[in-house]
Design a protein around this ligand. Structure first.
Ligand SMILES: Cc1cc2nc3c(=O)[nH]c(=O)nc-3n(C[C@H](O)[C@H](O)[C@H](O)COP(=O)(O)OP(=O)(O)OC[C@H]3O[C@@H](n4cnc5c(N)ncnc54)[C@H](O)[C@@H]3O)c2cc1C
Length: 434
């Protein structure tokens, strides 16, 4: 074999995985289709939570930080209720971050080749033994960190149980512009998220401060005749904000529960390639880095146990990920299914009535659990306010979130229990009434 590990994709997930493996002495090759100075150049809100970075063991280089974030404002569709959620984070220069993380991987000993487009995995005798592009390169394990449009996932054998595609209903199409000296200026230190099911159905509009720049965009769930996010963004900005647009681009985000498994013989998937994004916020940088950390730990252990690690040796990656983040992600996916179906009036009602409040949202963000305010619920009923059906749906959703988290927390310890577990998880999600 040419390498111990080939990591495909050198963005935030891949570079972190490569650094962690190379620093343990493994012979690592990091590949990316882009030139080095464009790694990280992608449509993004550029926001990262501090807690996520800590959990992934990643320190941001100071020079890539554009703004220190203290929290987020969630704005109801009618504009009358604003939840201020406290939570530290950063907005960053994504291209600067991309180069810095690749530099760190190289300093740790990984070899980096840019402008290398991987076309497919090399599969021999029931295992992945490398990748093909302009050349064929072999490795004991391949880490697929090549994002949502990965060329590897779809070519893997069905019997490993890895989902090959992300259905449109489980994805968001998003677009954003970067504006210089935007007027009126948005408050520094706070991310602003606005819910509006007409402009951004199933998603939200965001305004993120980045020093003298502002990152403004929106996401729409790709269900039915969904609006073009570029046109929706430009129309929404028109008449509200002015400034010089210095960049604009869009992409899709896999906003679903985690893939049922992220390992095969000789391969693991991480980051967007494994759908590790937070289903509600669409944030995937931190969770991708976290998956890179868990994947690197499992790969390092597997390489010390077997010359050519297979599903069984690599399985601990699935178990760690599901228990540490996947269960929360599954709970948030239930919440996402629920949110998509709400009208603007429903959301404004829930936020203004107090049945959902800052505490509920903060808890959902931290743990994934949704605890609706039952005291408020009773109060609302006594006051004779309408919408009993919303209250019932909220109760049902909170209970479904709990069940989803329980299923993912009980992830099987080995591949033996996988198919029966998967049947249970799939049928639970298929049965959701919203
Ligand atoms: C508009 C928008 C806004 C977003 N805002 C935020 C936000 O504010 N905060 C947040 O946390 N997340 C956000 N996200 C999600 C976030 O961008 C992704 O979850 C994250 O970038 C995933 O990182 P990754 O390294 O797994 O994949 P990617 O960033 O997609 O990187 C994949 C890498 O693989 C390379 N590659 C792909 N195919 C090949 C191939 N065949 N051969 C070789 N190399 C290949 C690519 O060049 C790329 O460098 C947003 C997404 C969008 C679209």
């Amino acid at each position: 074999m040419d390498y111990d590990v080939i990591v495909v994709g050198a963005a935030t997930t891949g570079a972190v995985a490569a650094k962690k493996l190379a620093s343990q002495g493994f012979k690592v090759l990091l590949l990316d289709a882009k030139p080095k100075n464009r790694i990280g150049d992608k449509a993004c809100g550029d926001a990262i939570g501090e807690e996520d970075l800590k959990k992934a063991g990643v320190t941001l280089p100071a020079e890539v930080v554009r703004e220190r974030i203290l929290g987020a404002d969630l704005v109801s569709p009618d504009g009358k209720t604003v939840f201020r959620i406290q939570g530290y984070g950063y907005t960053v220069d994504r291209v600067g971050l991309g180069s810095a993380l690749v530099d760190e991987a190289e300093s740790a000993g990984a070899k980096f080749i840019d402008n290398f487009h991987v076309d497919a995995p090399i599969i021999k005798d029931g295992r992945v033994i490398g990748v093909k592009g302009s050349d064929e390169i072999t490795a004991r394990v391949v880490v697929d960190a090549s994002g949502n449009k990965t060329k590897l996932r779809g070519a893997l054998p069905d019997e490993w149980g890895i989902e090959k595609t992300v259905e449109k209903k489980d994805a968001v199409a998003a677009y954003r512009v970067i504006m210089e000296d935007m007027k009126p200026a948005i408050e520094h230190g706070y991310l602003r998220l606005i819910f509006d099911q007409n402009t951004s159905p199933g998603g939200y509009i965001w305004l993120f401060p980045e020093g003298n720049l502002s990152n403004v965009g929106l996401g729409v769930t790709m269900i039915g005749n969904y609006p073009n996010p570029k046109i929706a963004t430009e129309n929404w900005i028109k008449g509200k904000y002015e400034g010089k647009i210095v960049a604009g681009s869009g992409d899709t985000v896999p906003t679903r529960r985690p893939f049922a498994t992220m390992v095969g013989n000789g391969i693991v998937l991480a980051g967007d390639a494994a759908a590790t994004v937070n289903p509600v916020t669409g944030g995937g940088i931190g969770s991708g880095m976290l998956s890179a950390k868990f994947a690197a730990e499992a790969v390092a252990k597997a390489l010390s146990q077997a010359d050519l690690p297979g599903i069984n040796e690599l399985w601990s990656y699935n178990v760690t990920y599901m228990r540490e983040y996947g269960a929360k992600q599954a709970g948030l996916d239930v919440f996402r299914h629920f949110l998509i179906k709400l009208s603007n009036d429903d959301i404004s009602f829930e936020m203004s009535s107090g049945i959902m409040d800052e505490k509920t949202v903060t808890q959902a963000a931290v743990t994934g659990e949704v605890n609706i305010n039952l005291r408020k619920e009773v109060e609302i009923m006594i006051r004779g306010l309408k919408r009993p059906s919303i209250l019932l749906k909220l109760r049902q959703m909170a209970s479904d979130v709990k069940t989803a988290m329980e299923i993912y927390s009980a992830y099987p310890d080995g591949f033996d229990g996988f198919w029966s577990w998967r049947k249970r998880a799939d049928s639970f999600f298929a049965s959701l009434p919203y």
